[in-house]
Write a protein that binds this ligand. Structure first.
Ligand code: UD1
Length: 421
């Protein structure tokens, strides 16, 4: 298995292009199942999860034309023949469950493998299923599969999510666009990726109001139509490279990045002593003077601090002056990067959902590995700042969500390479 090898200690200077958001692209691709006409997405990132979703859609009968150079995919859902999302695909990517709502809404049936556990917790889909049942679906769990069917169309209803779920909101939002009558989704996730999906669905003819708020109103239509949609820039890629610039004491322009969707992360960065400047081309991140200051972080649903930036921010805070408390409130098991950062010299103490990070003056390179995407990239970030060589194993996690990560970092002066096994 490939490794990423980093010789740390070089400040990053230059420019990094931010691509479209993976977590917006995945539900947007699933939305192609809602219409017999074409859905064109622009600014598509080229990462393994996107290829997995394209693969799943083509198994279902969606015809896709992907032009990697122009980052455009055209999807035609006119000849969907299959309504089963098989175990072999779903087990590799939990977001496969996003085909459930669209398939059920358009074809009246769907069979989707249960995603099961994953490295960052049990992550059930019970809230997706309960909401679909409220809309009139009959759901059975058998043989590791979700078997869902509905007589005629799903029915609009009032859904109150007991806790905020991004995927749940997306699944129900998509299903509601083709339901009979009005669906109200209360305590909806407000993540920018949900907003992006809602805008695309509007372009496809859906009637949605309350976009960006925690209550979405959807008036179902018998059919949606063709649309062209540009995917929002990836706020997690943005935040990750912002940490790369800050942790190395560099100066990097994140081209195409937006301030609006990243206020929690940039706010914490500024409090930690990092310069964050909005320019016409993107966001410039610089740290030229002095060490990072410790800051407390608590992950929360949007607009709070994103759980998908927790590991990267922890890497930054390992080198801070003073202590920081990081509390993870979304997932119950999202500190797998802690023992690995400690092997690099970090001083971290975990108590339940909180980690106390006492800043150390330096990290030292080590062979490390992690069990999920964001934990893996936090080790790359630590490696960029550490003295000596860091080998990050299990690179496939990084490839799930970061496009050309080693090229992007190397172009800014990092000494980083992919070492094939
Ligand atoms: C999405 C993101 C993921 C991010 C997460 C939280 C994608 C493809 N993935 O994941 O990167 O970390 O949002 O911002 O966009 N839960 C239940 N029952 C459910 C659904 C969720 O208990 O039916 C729990 C989960 O276990 C978790 C919490 O709710 O503790 C939030 O999960 P959710 O927002 O649904 O995350 P995902 O949509 O899976």
């Amino acid at each position: 298995m490939d490794r990423i090898r980093i010789s740390g200690g070089r400040p990053l200077n230059g420019e990094i292009d931010i691509v479209g958001a993976k977590n917006a692209a995945l539900p947007l691709m699933a939305a192609s199942l809602l219409t017999p006409e074409s859905l064109t997405l622009k600014n598509l990132p080229s990462v393994a999860d996107i290829h997995a979703m394209a693969n799943l859609l083509s198994e279902l009968g969606v015809q896709t034309e992907h032009d990697a150079e122009s980052r455009t995919v055209v999807m035609h859902g006119g000849n969907v023949t299959e309504t089963t999302a098989p175990y072999d695909i779903v087990r590799k990517m939990r977001a496969s469950v996003l085909v459930l709502g669209p398939l059920l809404a358009r074809f009246g049936k769907a069979r989707v493998s249960l995603p099961g556990g994953c490295a960052i917790g049990t992550r059930p889909v019970d809230l997706h299923l309960k909401a679909l049942e409220q809309m009139g679906a009959e759901i059975e769990l058998a043989g590791g599969y979700i078997d869902a069917k509905v007589n005629g169309r799903l029915k609009g209803t009032h859904i109150l999510f007991p806790s905020v779920t991004v995927g749940g909101t997306e699944n129900i939002l998509m299903a509601a666009t083709l339901a009979d009558g009005e669906t109200v989704i209360a305590n909806a996730a407000r993540e920018p990726e949900v907003t992006d999906l809602a805008r695309c669905l509007q372009a496809m003819g859906a009637e949605i109001s309350g976009i960006g708020s925690d209550t979405l109103h959807v008036v179902g239509k018998p059919q949606l139509h063709a649309a062209v949609h540009g995917i929002v820039p990836d706020r997690i890629e943005t935040g990750t490279y912002a940490v790369a610039a800050a942790i190395t004491g560099g100066d990097v322009l994140l081209r195409g990045a937006q301030m609006g969707s990243n206020e929690a992360v940039f706010g914490h960065m500024m409090r930690a002593g990092v310069d964050v400047t909005e320019t016409a081309e993107g966001i410039r991140i610089a740290r030229q003077n002095g060490r990072i200051h410790g800051v407390d972080v608590m992950t929360e649903p949007y607009p709070g601090f994103p759980t998908d930036m927790q590991a990267q921010f922890m890497a930054l805070l390992t080198l801070a002056e003073g202590a920081s408390m990081i509390t993870e409130s979304i997932f119950e098991n999202r500190f797998m990067h802690v023992p690995e950062l400690m092997r690099m010299g970090a001083d971290i103490n975990v108590h339940g959902a909180s980690a106390i990070v006492r800043g150390v003056p330096k990290l030292s390179g080590a062979p490390v590995m992690a069990t999920d995407l964001r934990a893996s990239v936090s080790l790359v970030l630590a490696g960029l700042a550490a003295e000596g060589v860091t080998d990050v194993n299990r690179v496939y996690h990084l490839d799930r969500g970061y496009e050309k990560i080693e090229q992007k970092l190397a172009a800014c002066g990092a000494e980083i390479e992919r070492v094939p096994e």
